[in-house]
Design a protein around this ligand. Sequence first.
Ligand code: AP5
Length: 228
Amino acid sequence: MRLVLLGLPGAGKGTQGEHIAAKYGIPHISTGSLIREAVASGTPLGREANGYITKGELIPDELAIRILHERLKEPDCAGGWILDGFPRTVRQAVFLDEQLAQSSSAVQIALDIRISPDEAIRRISQRRVCSQCGAVYHLTYYRAKGKGVCDKCGGDLIQRADDTVETARNRLEVYLVQTHPVVHYYAQSGRLYSVDGEAPIEKVFADVDSLISGFAAHGVQETAGGAR
Ligand code: AP5
């Protein structure tokens, strides 16, 4: 299965991506996480990307495409993947389609996780992430058991540099201008599906799971342009 997750910052792409990966045994690839790792390691790419991320801007298409292209070459991607945060521009979406067409494959599901901008700000400003393993928590909705400490590895919980309210507002604006056209791109080719992302995490996953299982049962040809 080749699936891309779309949705406002904070919609739950990372959260749902982890659930899908755990159930279906395919890698969850977050370009945001790959970029943050490059920034933390101080690589040339990370240094170039850092200025964009901290302002809530997209990194240039060439950089994003290069990061994804390298990641998709890894052996664990042979049986499919979940992309979280890519494509973020129509140019990136076209690149992905062209790249996949070379191996006679395609994105099968573009899943738009829908939440309101107000909910996005509430989620982003209260998100905390583990500085060691990257696990994601929320101060109200999904709290760690120990104060400020990751349940999974004991690492310190921190706020992402781009999770301030001011930067989050810019990220929403950037999404509406640069990424929302990607939703239309997939709608036009009959690959767009959506779920209500404002339901509790487990309910959102139940909806996502039902969509994916139905898709797997009916196959690509039957569902192209099918139910939403
Ligand atoms: P990226 O890391 O992709 O950030 P994003 O798209 O802004 O998405 P988020 O990670 O903020 O949110 P999410 O939807 O994953 O939500 P989450 O599951 O964490 O990108 C960061 C930056 O990298 C970009 O701004 C850009 O600069 C750059 N970048 C990345 N890819 C790029 C590309 N392709 N091209 C150019 N630049 C690129 O959930 C959020 C919070 O809500 C959590 O606390 C979670 O616990 C909670 N939560 C989740 N679901 C629910 C629910 N159903 N109910 C209640 N709480 C919930």
